[in-house]
Every structure is written in C-alpha cells, then in structure tokens.
Ligand binder design. Structure first.
Ligand code: ME8
Length: 520
C-alpha cells in the first residue's frame, strides 16, 4: 500500500458564497484527509475555486464588479467557511493564479501539437441574450431553457478535442479497474454514456472574454478562450506544480482521489480521463460521486433559491454537530433529504444522549469510585468482557467501511460500541458494586469502569476526523490525549489495550448540550 494519499474536492464557482452542498463535499474530503493522516499517510488535500467562464462573467456584470473583483470577494467567503469548520486543506487553488494558467496553456499547446485539439466549426442552437448554446432536447419548442426566448442555429469557429478517439481505451480502463468510479451505480451510468455516441467536444469559446487565452494560432480568425471545464479540471494537476516540483507531483498524482457531486461526474469520469489519456498522463486512482442534499426532493442550490448558509448552521447546532449529522444521516452515494427536524433529532440522540452522556457518566464515576489519582488500566484490560468483544468486532469493521467512503456505516459501527458502554453500565450497576463490602466487588467495579474507559478511548479516537473538537475534548477528559501524538499509527492505537498504561481522568463538562428544536 502506498504511503501517500491525495484527495481533492471540486473547485467551486465564485458566483456566490458556499452553501450546505459545498460544505458536504468539503467535509467529506476533510474527514478522509484527517483519517489518513492519523493512519500515518503522507496526505495532500486540495480544494479551491473555479473563477473563469461565462457564469462568472455574467454574475460580475450583474453585481457591477470586474470578474476578478467578484472572485476576490467570494473566495473570502469560502476561506471563512472552511476556517470555521476546521477544514485542514494543504492547498487552495484559484484558477486565476499564474501557476494554474501556465499549466492549462501548456496542456492545450501539447494537444494542438499532437493534433488531438483541432480547429473546426461548431454548430448548435444559440440563445443570443444569454450567450449560451443548448442542445436540441434542452430547447423545447425552439426556446432557450433559461430565459424562454427563441434560440437560433449558429455556426462559429471553435477548437475541438478528439474525445471520440479515447472512448474505447477509457471503457477498457473502467472495466479493468472496478474501483475507478464509485459507487457502482454511477460507474454504470458512465459506461452507458460511453457506449452511446460520443462526439468530439468543443474546447474553446469565442463568446467570452473572461478565460485563459488559447495559444496563438495563425489559422484562427478569432480570439479563443479555453473552455472552462478544461481549465477547471486541470487544477488537480496544476496545484501540484508538475513543472517545478516533480517530486511532489510524482508522489501524489498517482494516488489522486477526486470527490465530486453526481452533477459533475461526467466531466470527471469522461472528459478528464480522456484529456489525460491524450496528454499521456496516467489517470487518477479514483472518482467518488456522492448524491445531493435535497429540500422537498429538489437539489439544494443557489440558483433554485433554497441554499442554506453553513456558518448560520454552525451557530445553531455547532460545527461538530453539523459535521457529524451530514455523515451519519446520509448515505454518501445517494441523495438525502435535509430537514431541520432530522438534524436536531440526530444530534440530540447520538451526540447529546449517547456519546456525550456516556463520556460524562464514565468520567464522573471513575474519580468518584476509584479516586482522583491516575488509574492503572493495564491489569484489567487483558480480562475478557462483552465490551472487549464488541470493540474487537466493531472497530475493524468501521475501519473497513471508512476505506469505502461508507461514513454512515462506519459511524453506525462505532455507535454499537458507544451504546454498548451505556448498556454495560446499566447491566453492571457500578453504583451498587461501590456499596458492597466484598473485595471481589471492588475489583469487579474497577474492571467495569476501566473497560468502559477503554471503549470510550477507542471510540473518541476514531471520531476525531468527524468531530475533531469534541472528540479531542473527550480524549482530554479520559486522560488519553497523548493518543493524538500518534506515536503509533491509528490502526495500532485503535486496538484494545493499546492506550496509556496509567490515565488521569477528569469529570467532563457536557460535550453536547441538548438542542431545543425551533418551532417552525
Ligand atoms: O460544479 N448536495 O462548481 P459548483 C450535495 N466549478 N453537494 C452539492 C450540492 C447539493 N445540493 N450542491 C453543490 C462546479 N454541491 C464546478 C466544479 S471541478 C473541476 C469544477 C457540491 O460551485 C457538489 O460537490 O457548482 C458539486 O459537485 C459541487 O458542489 C458543485 O459546485
């Protein structure tokens, strides 16, 4: 297994501030980056913004700004939101940066030299007021799908990318690498598309000014800008600085995992791999497509007017509450209906009641029944118990589920252990054992508490990537924050009995106050 790990999010349009959908993808990548850092991998986590093209140019016109002023303003909103949510990216790329533009131009130049990008005429249905092309199916009754005005047949000079040439090799790659596109259902969608009629695509635009210029070409009669998707997708490589930093590029590029929403899967699973094949660059390792967060079964998005501000949500239910809810409630590959009620219920039930209460109970009982000095755990942990059996089953299971991006299942597995602790406390009633004069009961009491403590150490450590602030606080109360120094990789530290031999436990403050569900 490689020791490097490279994970990316889509680069988001700077037309508007981020919403809960952008947060979802970014936190997913952050969890995976955090988790793999804890596993001892050398991680590179990239996010950023997509700043060229028609959408940005149009929006800037509406707001009365220059496109770059708009980008500079909106990018701050992304940076603020990611800071608030504790997103630990290694790099943030903006497509207006020089380091990016020069790679895009070098790539296009190479494809022009090999003949995979060629000059031709583009013919399509065009809406003049919106300055966009649309397909026959989009233009119902010859009307623009956006503004409803009549579209016209237009022909213009354009550069094309010879995508058709790479369809067969891409199908072969997808079939030979079953994990290249996940989940399976999305992979089949991509294969279905590839097995239909795939044409060469237009790779330049003459209708926009706000874009990266195509390289000089005496054959061209107009000034062309690079198609925004070619520009945007290249970020995953330009950010690694392939020309200046070969070591970084060689180390991380072969490990690339792109996390994307299902809306942009075709660009990542068809366009990008065919561009790379034409450039003679190896393909990314994996493309993971997740579903949409919906509101009344409609995709949550700025353009539909149902966007939800992540910073306002953090104020309401807390950063960790939000991070947890998004990945416990929804199945990563599928759409999920977002409602406030479900969010409040989930956070209250799992974090306030189960996890928070459990930490509170155990860190309260240990000083109460075993005294305020550090307690020694070693002698008790070799004995069997139902918690030990549970931990030995659930924790490896959760680790397996993480590798498949099955966040909800991994959390469910860890919750089996947490609920197990609550049940074990009830069944063994430490408060009754504490009243007994029998020395055997005293030993039993200590063993029960130490086994609860060990289960919570393991659960809290596993939860660090999901709910970093609260899980670290929990480890602090349990007296095992030294686990966070990761002297051994996470996998080893998650093994029963691998924690510190003596721990100083302190009674915890409530980790998650119960939330009052607002009346709507
Ligand atoms: O498409 N549910 O940028 P974008 C879940 N610039 N995820 C959602 C979502 C929702 N309701 N809404 C948005 C672009 N997303 C291009 C990408 S990459 C080379 C260029 C997330 O600002 C999801 O990850 O429209 C989706 O793919 C992305 O935001 C689209 O962001």
């Amino acid at each position: 297994m490689s020791s490097s790990y490279y994970i990316t999010t889509p680069i988001y349009y700077v037309t508007d501030a981020p919403h809960i959908g952008h947060l979802y993808t970014t936190v997913a990548a952050d969890i995976m980056a955090h988790y793999h850092r804890m596993l001892g991998k050398d991680v590179w986590f990239l996010t950023g913004t997509d700043e060229h093209g028609q959408k940005i140019q149009k929006k800037a016109k509406e707001t009365g700004e220059t496109p770059i002023a708009l980008a500079d303003r909106v990018v701050q909103r992304y940076l603020e939101a990611w800071k608030e949510y504790g997103i630990e990216f290694n790099d943030f790329i903006r497509t207006t940066e020089e380091r990016h533009k020069k790679v895009v131009q070098a790539f296009i130049k190479k494809l022009m030299d090999t003949g995979d990008v060629y000059l031709g005429d583009y013919e399509g249905l065009y809406c003049i007021p919106c300055e966009t092309y649309c397909t026959e199916t989009q233009a119902t009754n010859g009307k623009c799908p956006d503004c409803g005005r009549p579209v016209e047949k237009l022909r213009e000079e354009s550069y094309f990318f010879r995508m058709s040439k790479y369809v067969a090799p891409l199908i072969k790659h997808i079939e030979e690498n079953p994990n290249f596109i996940l989940p399976e259902s999305r992979k089949n969608e991509v294969l279905g598309f590839l097995k239909g009629e795939v044409k060469d695509i237009s790779i330049s635009r003459t209708t926009i000014d706000w874009g990266i210029p195509m390289p000089q070409d005496p054959k061209a009669t107009k000034s062309h800008k690079v198609y925004v998707w070619f520009d945007a997708l290249t970020n995953y490589i330009s950010a690694l600085g392939p020309q200046e930093n070969d070591a970084k590029y060689s180390k991380f590029w072969p490990e690339a995992i792109h996390v994307v929403g299902k809306d942009i899967l075709r660009f990542h699973a068809v366009y990008w791999p065919t561009f790379l094949m034409a450039l003679g660059i190896r393909l990314p390792k994996q493309i993971i497509a997740h579903g949409w967060l919906t509101d009344s079964n409609r995709k949550i998005s700025k353009s539909l007017g149902n966007a939800i501000d992540p910073i306002a949500l953090a104020k309401e239910v807390g950063i960790d509450g939000m991070r947890f809810f998004l990945f416990r409630e929804f199945v990563f590959g599928q759409d999920g209906e977002y409602t406030k009620e479900i969010m409040y219920q989930r956070i209250n039930a799992d974090l306030a009641n189960d996890f928070g209460n459990c930490i509170n109970r155990v860190t309260n009982m240990i000083p109460k029944y075993m005294g305020n000095n550090p307690i020694s755990t070693e002698s008790y942990l070799t004995n069997p118990s139902e918690l030990k059996t549970l931990a030995n089953n659930c924790v490896p299971q959760a680790q397996k589920e993480m590798l498949d991006f099955s966040f909800n299942k991994a959390l469910e597995s860890i919750w089996k252990l947490i609920s197990g602790v609550n049940r074990y406390v009830e069944n063994n009633a430490p408060w009754t054992l504490a009243k007994s004069k029998d020395p055997k009961d005293k030993t039993k009491l200590e063993e029960v508490l130490v086994h609860c403590h060990e289960s919570l150490r393991i659960a809290s450590l596993f939860l660090v990537p999901f709910i970093p602030k609260s899980a670290k606080l929990a480890l602090g109360y349990l007296g095992t924050e030294s686990d966070l120094n990761l002297v051994a990789p996470l996998k080893t530290q998650l093994v029963w009995g691998s924690g510190p031999k003596a721990v100083q436990v302190t009674k915890s403050a409530p980790l998650f106050p119960r939330l009052e569900i607002p009346k709507s």
